[in-house]
Design a protein around this ligand. Structure first.
Ligand SMILES: [Zn+2]
Length: 242
């Protein structure tokens, strides 16, 4: 195995050698990785191992041109400069979560809605990213955030609640395939000491977690047509209470 250093501000380590594949972890500049073999996996992809600390280590694929040899003393590449301002994918809110991770929205992209947070929301997103790091560490697995911040315009289009923690940058929806179903992930989080305001098992499809200032540690479940029920429940349990 040969050692390399990440020479870009951020570098995705993926499950497969393709930009379509799931991101296992986002590596940051200076992270050491080990190349696992001498094979070119597709054009310019290498299979590497990265120990990111906190009991977390990952094996996956990344684009080789963002790695420099750790022994040759080669200078890291200068940061990319874009005329459109900094790339949200390279602005890190915490060790593993970028601004892009917490502002991503297919709906916003499709409808041309600006989902850029400012000021107070940005500070909240940093707090949320910190909580998500805590969750990843406790679960010992990577979570995939599908939606965190929603601008007021985006929230209106989605039909979300006005008071939603998402509009303040204080909530995230995610899945964690390594742990299991959203029900299993919710159960693990509820049983852990992790602090939150609301933990919601939503439609059996994802985990919603909110970090509003009350931090009530309230657990809820909702399925189509059931309304919100107290506790982390299976669909059958939620329907039995409706
Ligand atoms: Zn949510």
């Amino acid at each position: 195995m040969r050692a390399y250093i990440v020479s870009a501000d951020a570098l995705n380590l993926r499950e497969q050698p393709s930009t379509e594949a799931a991101v296992l972890v986002r590596l940051v500049r200076g992270q050491a990785v080990a190349r696992l073999d001498e094979v070119e996996w597709g054009a310019g992809w290498w299979r590497v191992f990265a120990d990111t600390g906190g009991d977390m280590a990952f094996e996956g694929y990344c684009v080789a041109r963002h790695l420099s040899s750790a022994t040759a003393g080669s200078a890291p590449a200068p940061p990319a400069v874009s005329s459109a301002g900094p790339d949200p994918a390279t602005i890190m809110l915490s060790r593993h979560f970028s601004l892009a991770d917490l502002t991503i929205s297919e709906t916003a992209a499709r409808r041309g809605i600006d989902n850029t947070p400012t000021g107070e929301v940005l500070e909240n997103l940093k707090r949320t990213a910190g909580h998500l790091e805590d969750i990843q560490t406790r679960l010992g697995a990577i979570i995939a955030v599908s939606s965190a911040y929603r601008s007021p315009a985006l929230n209106r289009v989605i039909g979300g609640s006005n008071s939603s923690d998402h509009t303040r940058g204080l909530a995230a929806d995610f899945t964690c395939r390594a742990i299991g179903t959203p029900h299993e992930v919710c159960t693990r989080i509820e049983a852990s000491g992790i602090g939150f305001d609301q933990l919601i098992h939503e439609f059996g499809r994802w985990v919603h977690i909110g970090f509003g200032p009350r931090m009530r540690r309230q657990s809820l479940t909702v399925f189509q047509g059931t309304g919100y029920k107290l506790g982390i429940l299976t669909e059958a349990e939620a329907r039995a209470l409706s």
